[in-house]
Design a protein around this ligand. Structure first.
Ligand code: GCW
Length: 685
């Protein structure tokens, strides 16, 4: 039974009858587990929806002698021609093979989907369904896939009252009124969507763990957590919880949460045992400590290594891990203080602790040192801790990138970050290799992201924001996938393979991040949003607040001087190649200029324009860009069902109005500050 929600990319739209080179009306599977059951169910469902035949499940004795889709794990007895022994070598625990098999003597035409484990088999089944949905020619298939990242996670910022911190797609699919929701169908569909893109770990509650959520690790809620974990388990997904560092105080009345206090450590050990008695394969804890007012080891003059290791000790006997966030900075700064630099904070706090963490602790590091801006430098912590497991954190939910009311395809941004060369071990030390564990031999590593789904019918508010969700999973499986491939996969599965739709939607997606960037905050400076909800322009909204998010615009110039020469010294946190590039005005790329330097409005960019003229030009162009998005989309009327067509159109129209607001507020602000007119004499209020 499926929920009534939009099917996302698991749409399985009806197609012409099957003419392919193998038999799809029979499926053989001898390996039986909850996970293989999920694979079977999905194949039966998908194939019957697409081709109008409900595949029959074969008896084990028939699987070798009948044309079929044969699901197997690599240890099973397989036809010798398949060379399964070499697959066993090549596949990792979650890898799989798709292989066409024809035996002319017996006239067998089968397709083998072979996983190293049942999880691999499930991923292989989803891969096959993807190819079928995309209408690919499936002759002579021979595909071998291994995920590049070990941890491929999602973080929910869901609260138990049903709200979602930074959520733009409705309410939580897990919680309502401080209880778990009863609608399992929606959670199961969610698990299917996640498994289809290879997600293998999900933290279901907000990293800001409030009063009621603190009790998720008690018998009051553990049976409910176990129920969700059971749904996830059948899709190869481990369940994680965000925990309150001060739980021993709140839940047990212990006077302290000092990590070196024996009572505290003993309490967590018992707690871990209790959690595992409900959920034997529980993933572990996600912890936001000493961050934005959350409790942590600093209160007791202990380090983050002390704090995380104590929790890691408790989880270790059960194979659990501690995912410790590095979003630790002084959020009570004074705008007059030009030395404290929030961008420096994570590195300054964590780099000195390299080597002190237990091997079941992982540091979770946001992609940039500030906070998921439309553009910022990458975090210099990547590659800087050879002896400490690291996981990269992206934000799919569009907190600072239009809140799913604006179109902003984030795959290009994430690819730039993943491909960024840290030079940690010389050229070729890209961030994707840190995350994959290729650069240093981390015990655990991978990628996580703050998810963008809620209980809106279409999961993500903006239908086209589903592309970010899909693309995140695909990139996390394989960071080397080309943007174009991810985009076309998503479009074909979501809207079918009409070439006009493909062309229009891929162009829209491809252009959308640069368009959003151009009418919002310029040249990497970031922020300039309304405080609290972070939607819409407000140039000085954060300028005199305590969060450390300044741009220092005055009548002379703008930007944050993060140089070693006479700024905050942040550039020195990068390895020399990047440190030099950013330190010097000559080599700092335009797009990050104001992130690293404070310059006069008349500073001439590499593009040949002055900073002020760049601001004007991009803000006018950005609005024109949105007009183009609308023009492209409007050509698709009638080629896409009207519900999705209208839904997207309404959002695009809202985006247009809002982009004008951005343009006018930003242009007027800088015109008044600088007193310099637009060379083209366009309207500036
Ligand atoms: O940027 C901030 C967000 C907070 C969030 C925090 C974090 C969950 O505005 O809403 O809190 O980041 O990442 O912890």
């Amino acid at each position: 039974p499926h929920s009534a929600a939009d099917r996302g990319w698991l749409r399985y739209e009806s197609m012409a009858s099957w003419q392919g080179s193998f038999e799809i009306s029979k499926i053989g599977c001898m390996e039986r587990s909850h996970i293989t059951e999920s694979a079977l169910r999905e194949l039966q469902y998908g194939i019957s929806e697409m081709f109008g035949v409900l595949p029959e499940l074969l008896d084990s004795s028939d699987t070798l002698t009948t044309d079929c889709i044969r699901l197997a794990v690599v240890q099973e007895e397989l036809p010798p021609e398949l060379d399964a022994a070499s697959w066993a070598q090549e596949l990792n625990e979650e890898g799989y093979v798709l292989k066409s098999f024809s035996d002319n003597s017996t006239a067998i035409h089968s397709l083998y989907v072979v996983g190293k484990t049942d999880k691999g088999l499930l991923y292989g089944a989803f891969h096959l369904l993807r190819l079928l949905q995309m209408g690919e020619e499936l002759r002579d298939l021979h595909i071998i896939e291994n995920p590049k990242n070990q941890l491929r996670m999602m973080n929910h910022w869901d609260n138990m009252d049903g709200s979602i911190e930074r959520g733009y797609a409705g309410r939580s699919i897990f919680f309502k009124d401080h209880q778990f929701v009863q609608d399992d169908a929606r959670i199961r569909d969610y698990a299917r969507l996640m498994a289809s893109i290879g997600i293998n770990g999900i933290a279901i509650n907000n990293v800001n763990v409030h009063e009621v959520e603190t009790r998720l690790i008690t018998p009051e809620f553990l049976p409910d957590v176990a129920k969700v974990a059971g749904i996830f388990r059948a899709y190869g997904i481990k369940t994680f919880l965000s925990v309150n560092y001060a739980s021993p105080i709140q839940l047990a009345g212990i006077a302290t949460a000092d990590p070196l206090d024996e009572k505290v450590a003993a309490w967590w050990k018992d707690k871990a045992q209790e959690i595992y008695s409900y959920i034997p394969d529980f993933g572990g804890f996600v912890v936001k400590a000493d961050s934005e007012g959350r409790p942590g080891p600093f209160t007791y003059n202990r380090t983050h290594a002390d704090g995380s290791n104590m929790l890691a000790d408790a989880l270790e006997p059960f194979g659990g891990i501690v995912i410790w966030r590095c979003f630790v900075y002084n959020c009570l700064q004074d705008w007059r203080d030009r030395k404290t630099d929030r961008a420096r904070a994570a590195y300054d706090h964590f780099k000195p602790l390299d080597g002190q963490f237990k091997d079941n602790v992982i540091l979770q590091i946001k992609n940039g040192p500030m906070d998921f801006q439309v553009r910022e430098g990458v975090s210099p912590l990547f590659g800087a801790m050879p002896h400490t497991n690291q996981v990269l954190e992206f934000q799919i939910t569009q907190e600072y990138t239009g809140q799913q009311r604006h179109l902003c395809y984030l795959i290009p941004q994430w690819k730039e970050i993943l491909d960024f060369d840290t030079y940690a071990k010389g050229a070729g030390s890209e961030i994707k290799k840190v995350a994959s564990g290729e650069l240093y031999s981390y015990k655990y590593s991978g990628i996580t992201a703050v998810i963008n789904v809620g209980d809106d019918h279409n999961w993500t508010g903006h239908t086209l924001a589903q592309a970010n969700l899909y693309g995140y999973g695909r990139l996390t499986w394989n960071p080397d996938l080309a943007e174009e491939q991810i985009t076309s996969e998503w479009i074909k599965q979501t809207f079918g393979s009409n070439p006009e739709v493909l062309e229009a939607v891929s162009t829209m997606l491809q252009d959308s991040w640069p368009i959003y960037e151009s009418y919002t905050s310029p040249l990497g400076v970031g922020w300039m949003v309304n405080p609290d909800h972070h939607y819409g322009p407000n140039v000085d909204g954060y300028e005199y607040s305590r969060w450390g998010t300044y741009h220092f615009a005055d009548c002379h110039g703008i930007g944050v001087n993060r140089t070693v020469k006479n700024g905050t010294g942040y550039t020195a946190q990068y390895f020399p190649e990047n440190a030099h590039k950013y330190e010097s005005l000559e080599t700092c790329p335009d797009e990050l200029l104001l992130f690293f330097h404070h310059v006069p409005y008349t500073h001439v960019l590499k593009s040949g324009k002055t900073v002020i003229q760049h601001i004007y030009d991009t803000h006018f162009e950005g609005v024109e860009g949105v007009e183009t998005l609308i023009r492209r989309w409007s050509k698709l009327e009638g080629q896409i069902d009207s519900e999705r067509y209208q839904g997207v159109m309404e959002r695009l129209e809202g985006q247009l109005a809002h982009s004008k607001e951005w343009r006018d507020i930003i242009n007027t602000y800088f015109y008044r500050k600088s007193g310099i007119s637009d060379e083209l004499d366009r309207t500036i209020y």
